[in-house]
Design a protein around this ligand. Structure first.
Ligand code: GYE
Length: 306
């Protein structure tokens, strides 16, 4: 070889990284955009991606993770459908010396050494921003404001946290009352079905807080079918800001959206490379987000990528 330039010893690892990724499902526009982001970023970063769709079932995710351990992938990444019940399988990955990256949703494991980092949004903050907007809107309301809430799937971090953040924010005004709160599983069908029940059981609904756009879009159908005008008779607040949600907001059918970005792929691939190379990474990486009113949605919509 060439003369020693003093940089000897550094072996360049140009072997391809293999990532096993367990996705929650395909329940929403957010999820579809997230899957696309992960697949495209893996290809662009030269990461070989093994991808599994768990159809919103924890048992499927555990099975997929065990498969990835058996296949000796370099890195495991996953978006946990619920927060609890991961310690055993995460311990198995740790024992097999395969680093785990949490993306989008977190786990409630007390042992933080079971994963390298968590990349995703602050869901409590999203709920809080949604609630704070409502507090401001209703600051001169004299009577009770009846709110119904469509939650995400039971036990999911974004369902637990958005509920918490929203509840804390609206506590600022005792006129704001949640009169019904049920899971709609983050799907349009779920949102529609549960909203139909809410409308039947409650003659006066002033506000809907849906934990994502898709449930809000399903609810619009139920509200219209009940002869009410979404965005006027019932104020609608959602989370995500995917294209269909932003369109509904621009059209005045939604009134406010707290953004949640699904474009986690590029950062995830970057983290996978670092973790694989044995580099330290921060334990928590938070996604940057904003909020949208109707006017802001009209402005942002033409350049929206998802
Ligand atoms: O808000 C919802 C999706 O985990 C942040 O999951 C994600 C949530 C998102 O089904 O649309």
């Amino acid at each position: 070889g060439n003369s020693d330039t003093g940089g000897g010893g550094g072996t360049k690892d140009d072997g391809k990284i293999t990532m096993g990724f367990s996705q929650v499902g395909a329940e929403s526009g957010w999820r579809t955009a997230n899957t696309t982001s992960i697949k495209e970023s893996a290809a662009a970063a030269g990461v070989e991606l093994k991808f599994d769709d768990a159809q919103q079932k924890q048992e499927n995710q555990i099975k997929a993770i065990r498969n990835y351990i058996q296949q000796k992938v370099d890195v495991i990444a996953f978006s946990p459908v619920v927060e609890s019940g991961w310690d055993t399988v995460l311990k198995e990955a740790k024992d097999a010396k395969i680093p785990v990256i949490l993306t989008d949703r977190s786990v409630d494991s007390a042992d933080k050494t079971l994963y390298k980092t968590f990349l995703g949004s602050d869901f409590v903050k999203e709920g809080k921003l949604a609630g704070e907007w409502l507090v401001e809107q209703k600051k001169s309301a004299t009577g009770t404001v009846n709110i119904v809430e469509l939650q995400g799937n039971t036990g999911a971090a974004p369902a637990n946290d958005r509920k918490k953040g929203f509840g804390e924010a609206i506590a600022a005004n005792p006129n704001l009352k949640i009169i019904a709160s049920q899971p709609g599983d983050f799907t349009r069908a779920g949102g529609k079905q549960v909203m139909e029940q809410f409308l039947k059981a409650n003659p006066k609904i002033d506000v809907l807080f849906a934990h994502n756009d898709d449930m809000g879009l399903g609810a619009i159908e139920a509200i219209t079918a009940a002869g009410k005008v979404p965005g006027k008779d019932i104020t609608i607040i959602t989370v995500d800001a995917v294209k269909d949600g932003m369109q509904a907001l621009a059209d005045g059918k939604f009134n406010f959206i707290a953004e949640c970005s699904p474009l986690l792929g590029p950062q995830l691939m970057d983290l996978a490379k670092k973790v694989h190379a044995g580099e330290e990474v921060p334990p928590r990486i938070e996604t940057e987000e904003t909020t949208f009113t109707t006017e802001q949605a009209k402005e942002a919509l033409p350049n929206r990528k998802y």
